[in-house]
Design a protein around this ligand. Structure first.
Ligand code: ATP
Ligand code: FE2
Length: 340
């Protein structure tokens, strides 16, 4: 049996903004045929951009090959190549962009530069059938509440300092936890939090529609070092405080826009406690709650492939000479022609 149909068109998407190198293949109808992810995990400390980029370069050909094998197509069957053009870490982005440019040039097919944040939203909509949601996008690098309004996704609120996922990751590292493939720091905190139950007072910072996690992180790490409370209770309290903050902002965006759907996406969307909190506020506002399956919530090539299809079908192609990476590319800078 083969997945390939004679009439079908395919887009290959490359994701390499941070610690993942991933290749996805999508049909022009949005069927995901492959989504291979290789995660770079440093032995110690946070992500070093150049080390992560070296990992991406090393695994690129293997991950590409796996994607073609999984999709049961050949490179010459591709119609377009898409890549994460930003935002992200320079060396990592450049490695993915180089692979994408080489592939598109060799195959003589169009190249499409995709905004990573928009891709997180579009794959969420595709996977959950949400049409016009308020999106809470929470990951290691971003904490954003966004919704579509007149030609663009608009940011209603975001973090003023570190992202929610980063706050969980740094706390976990300080606590001496060790992440594994399939068990990122956030998931380790989630497991421990399930065993905690005492709510310890920690800084709760919401300014207007924006959030701040650095004071919360510092306070939690200080308490950790004092050894007054159990790690389980600290994980529980960190989650309750941080998740309440993003939930509050999401609720206000929902009340203001009166949208009928809430979409939770990004790596932290895998967290069951966060899911349940956001679900409650969605239901209070008679909105449907949707969350992205984990393989599409973390950084993945499928989301780049699918967003590449949407852009290409509406005339957005990136000439090679304009395919330089954009480290701080904000999502509201991008016009979205595929939503009317
Ligand atoms: P971006 O470039 O979009 O900011 P990213 O590089 O941080 O993305 P993602 O894969 O989207 O990558 O998100 C990773 C984050 O998700 C990490 O902070 C990780 O700890 C967190 N995470 C993963 N699983 C869970 C979980 N079960 N609970 C909480 N956080 C989680
Ligand atoms: Fe991401």
């Amino acid at each position: 049996m083969t997945k390939k149909k004679a009439s079908e068109q395919y887009c290959l998407g490359i994701e390499s903004t941070a610690d993942d190198f991933s290749v996805g293949i999508s049909t022009f109808e949005g069927e995901i045929l492959a989504n291979m992810i290789s995660v770079y995990m440093p032995e110690e400390g946070g992500i070093h951009p150049r080390e992560a980029a070296r990992h991406h370069a090393e695994v690129a050909s293997k991950v590409l090959e796996e994607a073609f094998t999984n999709a049961e197509i050949k490179p010459r069957n591709l119609s377009i190549v898409a890549f994460s053009q930003g935002p992200g870490l320079g060396p990592c982005l450049r490695t993915g962009a180089t692979v994408a440019r080489a592939l598109a040039s060799y195959l003589e097919i169009p190249l499409i530069g995709v905004n990573h944040c928009i891709a997180h939203i579009e794959i969420g909509k595709l996977q959950t059938d949400a049409k016009d949601p308020i999106t809470l996008y929470v990951s290691g690098g971003n904490s954003i509440v966004a919704a579509f309004d007149s030609r663009r996704y608009r940011v209603f609120g975001e973090t003023l300092d570190i992202a929610l996922g980063n706050c969980l990751d740094v706390f976990a590292r300080e606590a001496g936890l060790r992440q594994k493939v399939g068990l990122p720091f956030g998931a380790l905190v989630e497991k421990l939090a399930l065993k905690g139950g005492q709510l310890i007072a920690l800084p709760y910072t919401v300014k207007g529609m924006d959030t701040s996690f650095s004071g919360l992180l510092t306070a939690a790490v200080n308490l950790l070092k004092k050894r007054e409370y159990s790690l389980e209770d600290l994980c529980y309290s960190l989650q309750e405080t941080a998740f309440s903050m993003v939930t509050e902002v999401t609720e206000r965006a929902l009340a203001h826009t009166e949208k009928k759907e809430v979409l939770l996406t990004g790596g932290v969307a895998a967290n069951k406690r966060l899911q349940s909190m956001v679900k409650v506020i969605a239901e209070e506002h008679n909105a449907r709650f949707r969350t992205v399956p984990t393989q599409f919530a973390i950084d993945n090539g499928a989301m780049i492939a699918w967003t590449g299809v949407l852009a290409y079908q509406h005339g957005a192609v990136t000439p090679i000479e304009k395919s330089f990476v954009k480290l701080r590319w904000r999502l509201e800078e991008v016009e979205i022609p595929w939503i009317s």
